[in-house]
Design a protein around this ligand. Structure first.
Ligand SMILES: [Fe+2]
Length: 490
């Protein structure tokens, strides 16, 4: 198994873009340092030592933690806004055995911090008790049902906290103590997979989702769940082959899928390849638009040049056009790069015109910053947005070196970034609203300092990320790099 070939399954960050971040050539950023816990390490300007004999996903802050810890009354530096009243929960890959075939296959572990009255009242971390964890399932088997890692995202909808691993069924979690309630199949209505990136329509509270599968007739299913959590519709979408679809988008009127040529390879799966996907640009690529809610038969596709996109920032309608802002990659799983594609990644804007009988397509380059793990103000999901937030990376050919938090103002084109200092590394930033205007609120993200081997929860003002955190919460143990989180208001 050539793990290097598939290194960017989730993040899709190519090597070359790291170089541009390292040079700072395109940042145009205000590079202020975090003024709080980072001060202790700010004099250190060295990269984290790398052990070439150990896979990158099992060392540094990718390495798992083994203790499930509960702590209260955490030390706070700075001032936590009292309006932050709830719990931040983030999922990630944390192999209980200490071994895994790749970063993406470790057992799901949740980390949560509870904020209340200007205090950080509790921290907790727990594994998601999946079939893979409790049953000792061998990674590499075709996952499905409850046999999956459930390690990609945390979803809060209709009063339930769910985790998803993209392939297989979600798990329901008790948000109070992160204990696993069990496999969640929406009362038996969900039978295959559930994307880690469902979308809540802010107008209706409906949860739109999909799942892809590897063989059979239902290679791609679109689901609608009502505001009370009942799965009310499942419809098949016809596609030629099973491809890796990590996310999708909605507008007020539309659902947008993108089918990129990262195809499921049955032969590789049978041979035991834990990531049986291949880059096959000959398959082509296309973007599909259909009415929100369906029917899926009315989906229309437009052919585009081959690409790969894991994550969109957001999408919206602009007259006859559907706009999708994406973290774009020219390819994926193509060759032997340690962490992904072979070309230069970018932030792009897709514009799909829906007026004629045939869709037409144009794209705009927003920035060459290799930002990934995007987030937006979810009150504007499917609506015109101005702001996007991202995780930046530094150049390191041996591993993924996360840096600070980037911000793109899609109205002015301005790009800014919080540089946390050389030894510190941020994860995905989740936006929590304060008042009604877009971006009026805070970003929450776990930040790891490789000099001290400690982690904090950092809180930033979303409208001024370059200023760095307004508060940091010291955590009782290291929080490994993870994927996606969610805020659950009290
Ligand atoms: Fe993702």
């Amino acid at each position: 198994m050539n793990y290097r070939k598939f290194g960017a399954l989730h993040l899709g960050i190519g090597r070359r873009p790291f170089l541009r971040v390292a040079s700072g050539a395109t940042l145009g950023a205000s590079m202020s340092r975090g003024f709080l816990l980072g001060c202790a390490s700010s004099s250190s300007n060295i990269a984290e030592p790398f052990d070439a004999t150990t896979p990158w996903w099992l060392q540094g802050n990718f390495a798992p933690v083994y203790d499930e810890v509960a702590a209260t009354d955490l030390e706070v530096h700075g001032a936590i806004p009292s309006a932050l009243d709830g719990r931040y929960v983030r999922n990630g890959s944390n192999p209980a055995s200490g071994e895994s075939a790749h970063w993406f296959f470790g057992d799901g572990m949740l980390h949560s911090v509870e904020l209340r009255g200007g205090r950080a009242t509790a921290y907790r971390n727990r594994w998601v008790e999946t079939g893979q964890l409790t049953g000792g399932t061998v990674p590499g088997n075709v996952p499905g049902g409850g046999n999956n890692a459930s390690n990609v995202s945390a979803i809060h909808h209709a009063g339930k906290l769910l985790t998803s691993g993209e392939v297989g069924l979600p798990f329901e979690i008790d948000a109070n103590d992160l204990s696993t309630v069990g496999v969640y199949d929406f009362g038996g209505k969900l039978t295959q997979s559930f994307t880690a990136h469902p979308k809540i329509d802010p107008a209706t509270g409906y949860l739109h989702s999909f799942g892809y599968w590897f063989f059979g007739e239902d290679l791609l299913l679109y689901h609608v769940t009502d505001e009370a959590g009942a799965l009310v519709s499942t419809q098949r979408i016809e596609v030629g082959q099973s491809s890796m679809m990590h996310s999708f988008a909605i507008t007020e009127e539309d659902v947008v899928f993108w089918e990129a040529p990262v195809l499921f390879d049955l032969e590789a799966a049978v041979a035991g390849d834990p990531v049986p996907f291949v880059w096959d640009p000959g398959y082509g690529a296309r973007i599909g638009v259909m009415p929100l809610g369906g029917p899926t038969e009315s989906i229309r596709w437009v052919e585009v040049d081959p690409f790969y996109v894991f994550h969109e920032v957001n999408a919206y309608r602009d007259g006859d056009d559907v706009i999708v802002d994406v973290c774009w990659h020219p390819d994926m799983f193509n060759g032997s790069d340690l962490v992904g594609g072979t070309g230069e990644s970018a932030l792009k804007r897709w514009r799909i015109n829906t007026a004629g009988e045939q869709l037409s397509y144009a794209e705009e380059l927003i920035a060459t910053n290799p930002f990934e793990l995007p987030s937006h103000d979810r009150r504007f999901s499917g609506r015109k947005h101005r702001h996007g937030w991202f995780v930046a990376t530094r150049d390191d050919p041996q591993t993924i070196d996360f840096a600070g938090i980037g911000h793109v103002d899609y109205r002015t084109g301005a790009i800014s970034e919080w540089d946390p200092g050389r030894t510190r590394h941020a994860g995905e930033a989740f936006f929590v609203p304060e008042s009604s205007g877009e971006a009026e609120g805070w970003l929450l993200t776990f930040v790891y300092d490789h000099a001290s081997r400690r982690s904090v929860l950092a809180i930033l003002e979303a409208e001024n990320v370059a200023a760095g955190p307004i508060a940091e919460v010291a955590l009782p143990q290291r929080v490994p790099y993870g994927f996606h989180g969610v805020w659950i208001p009290s």
